[in-house]
Design a protein around this ligand. Structure first.
Ligand SMILES: Nc1nc2c(ncn2[C@@H]2O[C@H](COP(=O)(O)OP(=O)(O)OP(=O)(O)O)[C@@H](O)[C@H]2O)c(=O)[nH]1
Length: 863
């Protein structure tokens, strides 16, 4: 019924304007289809799968665009609205209340919708075949950058949405650079072109100057009559223009050929021909194949088939270097431009098989997953006599890996419990498989596998390599953990070492710089609050919780004020914990200024009704980054911990490397127990209870002296290590050798030339900052790989409103400047308000932790 109605509406629209027949517009752009269900056969072919993310600055329109994508794909029956809190992807109450995306939501849909398009086509646009699109919506606020990075590493491609008014913003640059690091192929969508002050030309030039790649304009905006309402786009790839019906749901679109444009809008036609020439010329600079085609066509850029251009665009972006950036235009809020953008996702972005092999780490060994599976990485540890004797080859050991997946998101679902989103990298994860968590060293069963559609789910039996899915029922897995299916092993010990330490695409969690105390309202509520915090930590590993051993006080720390405010909302409003969160304060650090003597501690106490006894010796000093690591050294939270195990000289096996520990105390268990104890001691400094930083603890365990048979349990070892390190810290305190450190931020401020002086003065005089650089958009822009982007060589259609609205920012007082500075975090608290007043509301900034710096005398007193 709705299908008929929508078609009829379109026909009327076509007749009235005497343009092209209905069939010229891809059917999928306008039909309403029913949502797919588990009974429908899903196209799981990897060639037709796109794992993509949407990245951008806060408020650029990611959620608004996603909602349209879901609507046009037939996934939803109405368009959700960010402003009235009815979106599908922002489904946490805190997200809906604030209108921002906090956690990236993953959603699967098809484009074109299933049942449409031609299947099994061997040539022509890929977008004529239904593709499974796994879409990850990522947050744009700087406090959640870590969430973006975590999502980025599992993506095969990304759509970067820019606000056509604000242009390229600081956060976009930051996420763009991260996407370069992960080599993610990208296309850009310039959104909000309906708004006053929008400038496609300026934004395109900024893409060149600030994102440091060559923008290739694939679509140009269509302003009604050249200067009127934003009504559609000119498509330089397919040589046509698309006009959206005013005020509709975006399904009524008229297509005009170049010929039809002669009558409809000759100005647009002329510009479209220019755009095609510029597109071909720019691509030919990067792609020999297209150059040959162009020569074959006698240098006639209009004669080159659209498919050749699509293929060339694909080739140019597939390496993920960002050197070529296809640019599309639209206004998703007005429902303009989203369907061709979806086509571009199918046509230009890669499928999982076209992506580079994921990197892995196995303890200290790094490599790629396929090298591991092909037996090219030596994984038989020389000290492991058992494996060596069985002459198990690396290939034989690795080939037993049935599936390997990365948990990229954990969500607590009110109905289904904790859901773990995974991307599978090899083999498959099967329902009910035993999964070894190589971060936590536990085995868990994948009780149920689901395909998520934002808040809806379909049960599936398998998640194959290349796909994204959800595992329900896991009790431990956290965001960022690697899960390995390795049948036939003891669930307690997992795959043979070092496979039990296999990590996919490991990333570092940045240090938290704000903290707040969490006070449960009653003693009986303590356990509940601790459980809820544990779920929040599983969801977001950039949150940290420390419980003070002595006072029992819980401290939660995170990346920014908003980050902790959201954690508080989740705790109190979503989970209904009876607890109060105290003021959000800066998380300073303590550091050890000189080396202490060694302190031995023998722990001898009953723990949970079991006797525990273990000894350990510890000393601590400042961290020397230049020193070469000896013994077993690990780095945790900015500190180093060295474990020395002293054993009687090896008796039986002179070829064995490393100390031979008592059989009931395997070396890795001994080391990890001691490390856990040291980490706990370093989490709370002796002077002001701030965590230690830049300190180096050395722990010695002498098996003849510190080992007491079965009583030396992991818990006793950790306690002995903690108390020995604490004793060393107390010595440092008594010698006045504990200093304070503060987080110093790397700040990038974007402002007009006219506010630059006031900002720089304020930063360096009032805030104790150091200005590092002052850039402008027209500066000589050299990319990381040394490529220089000359903005004057970038094609972009002229903006009809540029001169009248004064939006040009290329020269004069309106020119955009970017101030990079290092400023203590303390001086940046509440800075946005101040910046707004200095810049008449136009300035924006982003910041990230640069380092911790020792506080000087007067600043120390102010803490
Ligand atoms: N005029 C206009 N407004 C838009 C357009 N796209 C989005 N908006 C508005 O811009 C605001 C931000 O849109 P969102 O979709 O929430 O932006 P976002 O990028 O998801 O923001 P975060 O989730 O906070 O990162 C909302 O008020 C939208 O209605 C557009 O094309 N034109």
């Amino acid at each position: 019924m709705s299908l008929l109605a929508s078609k009829r509406g379109c026909h009327i629209w076509h007749r009235r304007l005497r343009c092209l027949p209905w069939r010229e517009i891809p059917a999928c752009w306008s039909k309403t289809v029913t949502r797919y269900s588990s009974s429908l056969q899903r196209d799981t072919s990897l060639k037709n799968t796109r794992n993509i993310g949407i990245i951008a600055h806060i408020d650029a329109g990611k959620t608004t665009t996603t909602e349209r994508m879901l609507y046009y794909s037939g996934f939803t029956r109405r368009i959700g609205d960010v402003d009235d809190g009815s979106t599908v992807t922002d489904f946490l109450p805190a997200e809906r209340a604030r209108g921002i995306t906090i956690q990236s939501a993953a959603v699967t849909f098809h484009w074109p919708p299933l049942g449409e398009g031609t299947t099994n086509k061997t040539e022509g646009p890929r977008s004529q075949t239904p593709h499974t699109i796994n879409l990850i919506d990522t947050p744009g606020h700087a406090d959640f950058t870590f969430e973006v990075i975590r999502s980025l590493r599992i993506l095969d491609g990304a759509v970067c949405i820019l606000d056509g008014v604000a242009g390229v913003e600081a956060q976009t640059e930051k996420v763009w650079a991260q996407a370069n690091n992960w080599s993610i192929p990208r296309i850009v969508f310039v959104n909000k072109l309906d708004r006053d002050g929008a400038s496609f030309e300026r934004t395109t030039k900024e893409i060149g100057s600030r994102l440091r790649g060559w923008p290739i304009v694939c679509q140009i905006p269509w302003w009604e009559g050249g200067k009127g309402r934003f009504t559609g786009v000119g498509d330089a790839v397919n040589l046509c223009a698309l006009k959206w019906a005013e005020g509709g749901d975006g399904k009524s679109i008229k297509s005009f050929t170049l010929q039809a444009l002669e009558q409809e809008d000759p100005g647009l036609r002329t510009e479209l021909i220019k755009a095609r020439a510029a597109l071909v010329e720019a691509l030919c600079e990067h792609d020999e194949e297209l150059l040959e085609k162009w020569l074959e066509c006698n240098d006639d850029s209009l004669a080159i088939p659209a498919q050749s251009i699509r293929d060339s665009l694909r080739r140019c972006i597939i390496d993920g270097s960002g050197r070529v950036i296809p640019v599309f235009a639209g206004a998703s809020f007005r429902n303009i431009g989203v369907q061709p953008l979806l086509d571009a996702v199918d046509d230009l972005l890669p499928d999982p098989t076209e992506r580079p092999d994921p990197e892995i780490s196995l303890g200290s060994v790094n490599g790629s997953l396929s090298d591991l599976l092909d037996g090219k990485i030596s994984i038989v540890p020389s000290g492991n006599k058992h494996l060596a004797r069985k002459s198990a080859t690396p290939k034989a050991l690795a080939s037993k890996i049935e599936g390997c997946a990365l948990a990229f998101k954990v969500v607590n679902d009110a109905r289904r419990g904790v859901l773990v989103y995974v991307r599978v990298y090899s083999g498959s994860i099967n329902s009910n498989a035993a999964l070894w968590n190589s971060n936590l060293h536990v085995t868990e069963r994948a009780q149920r596998l689901l395909q998520m559609q934002a808040s809806d789910a379909i049960e599936i039996s398998q998640i194959p390599a290349g796909q994204i899915g959800v595992i329900a029922g896991l009790k431990h897995a956290r965001t960022g953990d690697t899960l390995v299916s390795y049948p036939g092993v003891n669930p307690k010990v997992g795959p043979p070492p070092p496979l039990n330490a296999l990590q996919l695409r490991p990333i570092e969690v940045p240090p938290p710089v704000f903290f707040a105390a969490v006070e449960p309202h009653s003693l009986s509520e303590e356990k509940n609050v601790a459980d809820i915090l544990a779920i929040l930590l599983r969801e977001d590993p950039s949150l940290h919780v420390n419980v003070d051993e002595e006072s029992g006080q819980m401290l939660i720390s995170g990346m920014g004020e908003l980050h902790l405010e959201i954690a508080r909302d989740r705790l109190v409003k979503d989970f209904k914990a009876k607890a109060t969160m105290g003021n959000i304060e800066i998380s300073y650090r303590e550091c050890v200024l000189s080396h202490t003597s060694t302190h031995r501690f023998v722990f001898d106490r009953e723990v949970a009704g079991k006797k525990g006894k273990a000894g350990c010796e510890a000393s601590i000093g400042p961290l020397d980054e230049t020193a070469t690591a000896v013994d077993h050294t690990v780095h945790r939270d900015g500190n180093a911990i060295t474990i020395r195990i002293i054993t009687p000289s090896p008796l039986d096996d002179s070829s064995a490397e490393g100390p031979s520990t008592p059989p009931e105390l395997p070396l890795d268990l001994l080391q990890s127990s001691l490390i856990n104890g040291a980490v706990a001691a370093l989490a709370r400094g002796p002077r002001r209870s701030f965590p230690l930083h830049a300190s180096h603890a050395t722990l010695t365990f002498d098996t003849t002296r510190d080992f007491f048979g079965p009583e030396t349990s992991p818990a006793a070892l950790s306690s002995a290590a903690r108390l020995a390190v604490q004793a060393a810290l107390q010595e440092a305190l008594s010698k006045d050798a504990i200093g304070l450190m503060e987080p110093v931020m790397n700040v990038v401020i974007s402002c007009d030339e006219s506010s630059l002086g006031a900002i720089v003065h304020d930063l360096s005089s009032a805030r104790g900052g150091h200005v590092l650089s002052l850039e402008n958009d027209s500066a000589d822009n050299q990319g990381d790989d040394g490529r220089t982007i000359d903005p004057s060589r970038i094609y972009a259609p002229p903006d009809p409103f540029a001169s009248s609205s004064g939006t040009s920012r290329s020269a004069g007082p309106g020119q955009q400047r970017h101030v990079t500075a290092r400023v203590p975090l303390k001086e940046m608290v509440g800075y946005l308000k101040h910046l707004r007043s200095l810049t008449g509301g136009r300035g924006t900034f982003i910041m990230s932790v640069d380092r911790f710096e020792r506080l000087s005398g007067p600043r120390e007193k102010a803490v």
